[in-house]
Design a protein around this ligand. Structure first.
Ligand SMILES: Cc1cc2nc3c(=O)[nH]c(=O)nc-3n(C[C@H](O)[C@H](O)[C@H](O)COP(=O)(O)OP(=O)(O)OC[C@H]3O[C@@H](n4cnc5c(N)ncnc54)[C@H](O)[C@@H]3O)c2cc1C
Length: 445
């Protein structure tokens, strides 16, 4: 890296997967002054599992934090898509080929292990400073990026902070996105997807009395149970000590009481009612959740933005491409953003704002189309899995049947498990692509 660039003051808003990876990638690139501002008092991640796809693992391995995550994670060797109402297997897909093909297996883990390990990697970098319990607001873009940092501690004074580069990984509710769109004169808001998700973690002890359920925890399998407008996906995490369950269903509760809240304590009776026509095995599984431990998430999205970059400010992760979870790629895409920012900014030939803007536009060029395609694909996969009676469902079920009988082209209607889709998602090396695009286009911009 050019010496003048090394000392650029880089501020990052948000310490989610996107912000943490961006900070780590920039420190590894050689930047010396990286400040991360986070509203929460600590990482504060909810108890939930997360899929660790090979495109995510490849990046985290290069950044030196994958080994810790891998230790606790579970390798998936197969997946079943089952009819929710009967438990009948609609499709079985072997996932063993993933490691041989993409260099990493398809793993699943605990969110706290993923975030905690990236955070630990950041803490080993003297260039990174964290400012927790600090809200940021009023982002300005010119002549240099600046924002107000408001410490949440009583009596602490707000501070106006100026940076050379500002990277806003402030999530789906991003204030920075709102400020950017206002300046651009664009009216666009976060949108309800009409779907909500229950997220549940069952311990081995809670499952121990039911041999059939225990077999799910002991398997190396992700299972998706599908039904009209709803599905459940579940897999073991934390060295198979915990069975992680995530659902999707029509949003009734958030829609009935609109508020700024994205999560709420759900009613167990209501959750059981939503899946009342699912098989007895699924209902027994859901019934193991202790009363008071049902957490419901509102699933929100945003129309594609006209741009992710203004001056020396760029949006990262859910701030610019919030997604439905039906492809399990939201965090992976935020992590790809961070890696690409590291790759383009490390190639800065100088510390001029014009060069920074050019590098950020290359970041957008490399990332925007891919991230938005995956957002669309995730939404489409939800629609496909949630089909009710009708021609479209008949066609989907015909494909499931052909797959089961080994006929047809091996296409899996659940795109998450489809080899062609996996090739597009897992086979993509975003850092290599960023390097190539930078070489090709920086001088021409
Ligand atoms: C049910 C469900 C299942 C999912 N499963 C998967 C999966 O299996 N695999 C996968 O890859 N992804 C999955 N995702 C998606 C993934 O969780 C998100 O896409 C990802 O966490 C986004 O990371 P982020 O860093 O962009 O945003 P966030 O995690 O939202 O982080 C934003 C951070 O910014 C902070 N912040 C916000 N505003 C301010 C402010 N003004 N000042 C200071 N700090 C601020 C917030 O406190 C927060 O810590 C799932 C999502 C859901 C809802």
């Amino acid at each position: 890296m050019h010496d003048s660039a090394r000392n650029l003051k880089i501020c990052i808003i948000g310490a989610g997967m996107g912000g943490l990876t961006t900070a780590l990638a920039l420190a590894k690139a050689g930047f010396q002054r990286i400040d991360v501002y986070e509203y929460a008092s600590d990482l504060g991640f909810v108890g939930a599992g997360i899929q660790l796809a090979p495109n995510m693992a490849r990046i985290l391995d290069r950044l030196g934090v994958w080994a810790d995550i891998e230790k606790e994670a579970v390798t998936l060797s197969e997946t079943y898509i089952r009819q929710g109402s009967t438990d009948e297997a609609l499709a079985h897909v072997n996932l063993d080929y993933v490691q041989a093909t993409y260099g990493y297996p398809h793993m699943v883990g605990h969110r706290s292990s993923l975030a905690g390990s990236i955070f630990a990697g950041c803490q080993r970098e003297p260039a990174i400073s964290f400012h927790f319990s600090t809200n940021t607001e009023n982002v300005s873009f010119f002549p240099k990026p600046s924002f107000t940092a408001v410490p949440r501690a009583e009596g602490a004074a707000p501070q106006r902070i100026e940076a050379d580069v500002l990277l806003a990984a402030d999530g789906v509710k991003s204030n920075t996105r709102v400020d950017m769109l206002r300046e651009l004169g664009v009216t666009a808001q976060v949108e309800d997807s009409g779907q909500a998700a229950y997220r549940i973690m069952l311990t081995r002890e809670q499952m121990s009395g039911d041999a059939e359920l225990l077999a799910l925890l002991d398997g190396d399998c992700a299972t998706r149970w599908i039904g009209p407008k709803r599905h459940i996906i579940a897999y073991p995490v934390s060295g198979k000590a915990i069975y992680n369950i995530s659902t999707a269903q029509p949003d009734v509760n958030f829609a009935a009481a609109p508020s700024a809240s994205y999560t709420t304590r759900g009613s167990k009776a209501q959750m059981l009612q939503v899946f009342a026509d699912f098989s007895p095995k699924v209902r027994r599984m859901l019934d193991l959740v202790p009363e008071g431990e049902v957490c419901e998430w509102r699933l929100r999205v945003h129309a594609p933005l006209p741009t992710w970059v203004r001056g020396c400010v760029a949006l990262v992760g859910d701030a610019c491409h919030p997604t439905l979870p039906h492809l399990a790629q939201g965090a992976a895409q935020a992590i790809e953003d961070g890696a690409v920012l590291g790759a383009v900014l490390r190639r800065l030939p100088d510390a001029e704002p014009r060069s920074i803007n050019k590098a950020l536009r290359i970041y957008e060029d490399v990332r925007k189309e891919r991230a938005e395609l995956l957002v669309e694909l995730a939404a489409a996969n939800g629609r496909e899995m949630h089909l009710g009676e009708g021609k479209a469902k008949e066609e989907r079920d015909r494909l499931f049947k052909a797959l089961k009988e080994g006929k047809g082209g091996g296409q899996v209607p659940d795109k998450w498990a489809d080899k062609e889709v996996q090739r597009m998602i897992y086979g993509h090396d975003c850092v290599k692509e960023a390097e190539a695009v930078f070489e090709r286009s920086f001088a021409k911009l």
